[in-house]
Design a protein around this ligand. Structure first.
Ligand SMILES: [Fe+2]
Length: 337
């Protein structure tokens, strides 16, 4: 075999055709071990595009191949006493409602988004109501709209990055996207609480979900064992673009780092999961290093995004013992009013 990211063998119906930028060796080796050997893995007949893993007594991770060339994605299901919560909806491939019902036994469901990445929110159209942080509304509406899936196919209608049946892509339909504020608490019944924690950086309205009862943090893309892509400066049309900065992420992460006793493990939106809470202190240290001297990055790289984005140059700073933070020159400091 040649190159990197050799195929991982599972019964998942989706098969990789093409990757965007390669992911790091550590994440890939971890995913190979997990996906080929984990005893909890289940692939359901009602929707064979996903691999379901049980990470805790009431926590499931749903592995979704990224339909474009970027990194594969985790959705999570938390089973509460009376309701279940689905965190993120990926691209919406196949009958997602049937899959979630299989996992939860048909429990009432709350659906939430961490942020507006197409790999996290296009499946929203499979549900009637989705909650997100108030600053994420605009970006999610810009991404999850009619024809949002067209870029996954070439002009001959062939899949570019991932092999799947085109008929399994959802039809766009309107759904209710409900904004909530920072620290909104979702009640899964019997006093089981999950708190939305606004954590900008990767996206202006990015949220983490603090499963207070399960003592876990579902971290979205602000924690990633491959690259934590923060500090892009944001989309020009995003009314909250000013929060796509290293500084905005640092400010909110600093507050969360004072609450480490409230959760033990971190479950990110991509790759390695079950990371220990004190990792956040190392990420915080890296963000502070960038802010004190943004020019002192470890390396610089030009990349073309695997989801149809433009070519861009990013700066990278290592997080000790873990991963890297990427940023751009205009995405370091939060512009003052
Ligand atoms: Fe993502």
């Amino acid at each position: 075999m040649k190159g990197s990211m050799w195929p991982i063998q599972t019964a998942n119906k989706a098969k990789r055709i093409l990757w965007g930028p390669p992911q790091n060796q550590i994440s890939w080796a971890y995913m190979k071990e997990l996906r080929e050997r984990d005893k909890t893995q289940k692939i359901y007949d009602c929707n064979p595009y996903y691999e379901v893993y049980q990470f805790g007594e009431n926590l499931y991770g749903i592995f979704a191949n990224n339909c474009d060339g970027m990194g594969d994605v985790w959705m999570y299901v938390i089973i509460g006493p009376e309701k279940a919560m689905l965190i993120d909806t990926a691209f919406g491939l196949g009958d997602m409602k049937a899959l979630i019902d299989e996992i939860t036994g048909g429990m009432p469901l709350l659906v939430v988004n961490t942020h507006s990445g197409p790999d996290h929110c296009l499946g929203n159209v499979r549900f009637d109501k989705v909650y997100c942080h108030e600053y994420a509304i605009y970006n999610i509406q810009q991404k999850c709209k009619p024809h949002a899936w067209d870029y996954l196919f070439n002009k001959n209608g062939e899949n570019i990055w991932l092999e799947f049946d085109r008929s399994d892509i959802p039809e766009y339909k309107d759904y209710e996207l409900i904004p909530v504020q920072n620290h909104h608490v979702f009640d899964l019944g019997g006093g089981y609480e999950v708190e939305l924690v606004w954590m900008p950086g990767h996206d202006s309205g990015h949220a983490m979900f603090l499963d207070r009862s399960g003592k876990r943090l579902i971290a979205g893309d602000d924690v990633c064992s491959d690259v934590i892509a923060c500090g892009s400066g944001g989309r020009p049309d995003d009314p909250y673009a000013k929060y796509c900065t290293i500084e905005a992420y640092r400010d909110e992460l600093e507050k969360l780092c004072k609450r480490l006793e409230e959760f033990d493990y971190i479950f990110p939106g991509h790759f390695m999961v079950n990371l220990e809470n004190h990792l956040l202190l190392d990420i915080l240290e890296t963000l502070n290093q960038i802010l004190s001297d943004p020019e002192n990055y470890d390396y610089k790289m030009e990349s073309v995004s695997g989801n149809g984005g433009a070519k861009r140059t990013s700066l990278y700073k290592y997080i000790k013992g873990f991963s890297v933070v990427s940023y751009s020159e205009k995405g370091v400091y939060t512009p003052k009013e």
